[in-house]
Ligand binder design. Structure first.
Ligand SMILES: C[S@@+](CC[C@H](N)C(=O)[O-])C[C@H]1O[C@@H](n2cnc3c(N)ncnc32)[C@H](O)[C@@H]1O
Length: 200
């Protein structure tokens, strides 16, 4: 079955068990590398949270950069595979099987939140809860890197100028320009949007 916005944690588990993870990329995405390289405010001794970490390639890159990483996914199977791959990597990662709607992460504790392809599978009704969790865990001046599909489908809801500006209030967040990108995967990728959002 194809997973997406109506899928449960068990559906994602089945998908990972059957090695159906067409979104995966064998290493960190170029835009994550560029963000870390060009943002000296993201301290190498700081903390990072990878939301919907999947098989953990971006979390492992962040840990190798020196950040203390919390890698969260609600799929037990994804976390199991990621933990196993992580044995070959240096760095400090806590792998956490949890839903994003209720993160076991302290308030104001995270310097950098990363999301590649998770927010767009969160249903529209749950997006506000997701945003509140990002607001709660980020430190003031903390940065959130979001990438999601720029086109809705049966599997995800688009992430666009409107959805970003309506959910991330200017009272709490400073939003950078939104860039059109290709969200690469081992199977080609999809058209996406990228935005950097800073907590005020
Ligand atoms: C398209 S995959 C992207 C995975 C990874 N970020 C990557 O770039 O390969 C979306 C991931 O979000 C996870 N996910 C979806 N909804 C979630 C939720 N409510 N809480 C936690 N994880 C969730 C899925 O299990 C899946 O691993």
């Amino acid at each position: 079955m194809a997973v997406g916005k109506k899928s449960t944690a068990k559906d994602w588990d089945e998908s990972y068990k059957n090695k159906i993870h067409s979104w995966n990329i064998d290493g960190p995405s170029p835009e994550l590398v560029a963000t870390i390289a060009s943002n000296p405010s993201i301290s190498r001794n700081g903390t990072a949270l990878d939301l919907g970490c999947g098989l953990g390639n971006e979390a492992m890159f962040l840990a190798e950069c020196g950040l203390k990483v919390y890698a969260v996914d609600h799929s037990e199977e994804a976390i199991k595979i990621a933990k196993n791959n992580y044995k070959q990597t240096n760095g400090d990662i806590s792998w956490i099987c949890s839903s994003i709607e209720n993160l076991p992460i302290a308030d104001n504790s995270i310097d950098f939140v990363n999301d590649r392809g998770c927010f767009h599978v969160i249903s529209l009704k749950d997006r506000k809860t997701y945003v509140n969790e990002v607001l709660r865990v980020l430190k003031p001046n903390g940065i959130f890197l979001l990438r999601g599909s720029s086109i809705s489908s049966d599997h995800w809801e688009e992430v666009n100028e409107n959805s970003i500006h309506s959910l991330f209030s200017p009272e709490f967040f400073q939003i950078s320009p939104i860039y059109s990108i290709r969200i690469f995967s081992d199977e080609g990728g999809i058209a996406g949007n990228l935005v950097l959002i800073k907590k005020i």
